[in-house]
Design a protein around this ligand. Structure first.
Ligand code: SF4
Length: 488
């Protein structure tokens, strides 16, 4: 195995503050402000805009040399005033970038000072709520930035004063809290659904449709289904409409259960809701593929005691039929799967169900649990296969490992296209970012329908690459008809 420790060459992850933007953008009337240098905000806006094909406004405190030396207090306050005047938001998510963290600005203290100066209180009904989140990119990736931002929002809108002592330092202490939470009676009958970072707006729409049919009332946080895939209007709002409503977030402690989508990354918000508000939390994999979608429905049935609607039973049957149809093309095909940890986990589950052989399984995120989870998965489904499993990799390492493992297909984000081209193997684009094709916001991978769409894309890529064609030739014209072999 080639592992380079001296430098990262083409990272396989994105900046930590970018993950926070993915979360904040799924909340009603929210604007993001990066405390740091201007280039960070420009790069991340472009990155997201190229993927979602939507305008993405992100403010910046535009730290210069002076701010880097004397501190960014005044820049941050000025940035806050500017976004308030320009966008009139209800919430401002303030995420730090590398520079602000390196100079050690105390962002929560600066925000407190700013609110006092401007007379801003803490009442979501009439005040602007400012949510700080610490996201230095040299620490972690967009995956953790997203998790921290969702957690910070949930805490901001639901925290009781006594919770502060229990879960201060959130990301480290919350998962370890073992005190039995006080289980309370559900009062609103809702389910909270909090996914990991890599769903598309189409995925969110599909999951919301399932929830609406099975649960009726639910809170999906963050909801990017419209904010990152908005209908064209004549008067473009300054902040895209949609997103999870603030009243729904404030009501999350009253739900009957929380469902965390993703089993590799921690879901701090779900853990917090359980530890401090007694809302039982359950983790299920992202519902990509047959068994993961089955688990998602099973968990809903268990939490709600309601039957699975016939529509989804039929969709499941169609997926099974499609799997049988393509088995001859996919069985034994060697694949390399890479991307965000939970997306890769669910994709690999599906590849194994299809009879494929994921020989290389990789993520750019640092993850203590990733390898163990993947090996357990192989042990359950195909114990005879021994894949190469890597976390914290860059594309340079991925390139070396693709040469070594010799997959016949790549499945991951569009940054793997150079490897696919060099090795002359197809790439099926899944995850984030997808910059070299249109339609990333409409790619559906979750649920039985998403599985069928993914299965078609993978199979057709294999057929295209291998020039396999076993169906009877269809005549396109009378002249062609003469060339079609006659059935006697
Ligand atoms: S790595 Fe740090 S400095 Fe560079 S764009 Fe990301 S947040 Fe900004």
């Amino acid at each position: 195995m080639t592992r380079r420790n001296y430098a990262t060459v083409n990272p396989c992850v994105m900046c930590q503050p970018m993950g926070s933007a993915l979360a904040f953008k799924g909340i009603e009337n929210t604007i993001v402000l990066y405390h740091g240098s201007q280039g960070c905000s420009t790069y991340m806006r472009l990155h997201l805009a190229h993927h979602f094909r939507e305008p993405v406004d992100i403010g910046s405190s535009a730290l210069s040399e002076r701010g880097a030396v004397y501190g960014g207090r005044e820049n941050l306050k000025k940035g806050l005033r500017n976004v308030i005047n320009r966008y009139s938001p209800k919430v401002i998510g303030v995420a730090t970038t590398c520079l602000a963290e390196t100079i050690g600005d105390d962002v929560p203290a600066i925000i407190r000072e700013f609110k006092e100066e401007e007379g801003i209180g803490d009442d979501p009904e009439k005040d602007i709520i400012i949510v700080p989140v610490s996201t230095p990119s040299y620490g972690e990736s967009h995956v953790s930035g997203y998790i921290k931002a969702v957690n910070a929002v949930v805490r901001k809108f639901t925290e009781k004063p006594e919770d502060e002592d229990k879960t201060e330092g959130t990301e480290e202490k919350s998962p370890g809290m073992k005190e039995a939470p006080e289980m309370k009676k559900a009062t609103n009958g809702k389910i909270n659904l909090i996914p990991v970072e890599s769903l598309s707006p189409a995925d969110v729409r599909e999951l919301k449709e399932i929830l609406a049919e099975m649960v009726g009332d639910y809170t999906f946080l963050p909801d990017i289904s419209e904010t990152f895939d908005a209908p064209l209007k004549e008067d473009l709002p300054k902040i895209a409409s949609g997103g999870t409503s603030l009243s729904d977030i404030a009501d999350m402690p009253n739900s009957r259960a929380s469902l965390a989508l993703g089993v590799v990354s921690k879901n701090l918000a779900v853990e917090y809701l359980e530890a401090c508000h007694g809302v039982p939390g359950h983790n299920v994999p992202i519902p990509i593929g047959l068994s993961n979608t089955d688990r998602f429905f099973t968990e809903l049935v268990r939490s709600l005691g309601c039957p699975i609607p016939e529509k989804y039973q039929k969709e499941r049957g169609r997926l099974l039929d499609s799997m049988v149809d393509v088995h001859k093309y996919l069985y034994g095909v060697k694949a390399a799967v890479y991307g965000d940890p939970d997306t890769v986990f669910s994709l690999v589950t599906f590849m194994l169900e299809l009879g494929m052989e994921p020989v290389l399984v990789a993520t750019g995120s640092k993850s203590r649990d990733f390898e163990e989870r993947i090996r357990l998965l192989f042990g359950e489904i195909r114990p005879e296969l021994v894949p190469t499993v890597l976390d914290d990799i860059d594309f340079d390492t991925l390139n070396d490992m693709v040469k070594k493992c010799k997959p016949e297909i790549l499945i991951g984000n569009s940054n793997g296209r150079y490897i696919a081209k060099a090795e002359d193997i197809p790439l099926v684009r899944v995850g984030l970012p997808i910059h070299d094709r249109v339609g990333a916001q409409r790619i559906l991978t979750v649920g039985y329908r998403g599985a069928m769409e993914l299965l078609d894309r993978v199979t057709n890529a294999i057929l295209e690459a291998t020039d396999t064609f076993t169906a009877p030739v269809q005549p396109e014209s009378v002249a062609d008809a003469d060339r079609v072999p006659k059935v006697l």
